[in-house]
Write a protein that binds this ligand. Structure first.
Ligand code: FES
Length: 87
């Protein structure tokens, strides 16, 4: 099965707006979920300059953007994808 790709923006705006706690994602996910995801960091994803994407920090889960991202929001999105088999 293809892994779910989680891209955490590590650009300056996202960093200032609280992206650092998102680096703990692999610590708070259970082992079964961790096996199904690939977590990567990225330079600015380009959403912080636009007004219509919401507030930093930004995370992408596959092609779905999460604004004002929290550990909870990211885990919920991964669960949703796993439950719907939409990966
Ligand atoms: S710094 Fe994260 S989208 Fe620009």
């Amino acid at each position: 099965m293809k892994k779910i790709k989680i891209t955490i923006c590590t650009g300056t705006t996202c960093y200032i707006m609280g992206a650092t706690h998102l680096q703990r994602l692999d610590e708070v996910m259970d082992a079964a979920m961790l096996e199904q995801v690939e977590i990567i960091g990225s330079h600015c994803l380009g959403y912080c300059d636009a007004e219509n994407f919401g507030k930093a920090p930004f995370v992408k889960v596959n092609d779905q953007l999460i604004a004002d991202a929290t550990l909870d929001k990211v885990i919920r999105k991964v669960r949703e994808i796993l439950n719907t088999g939409a990966n």
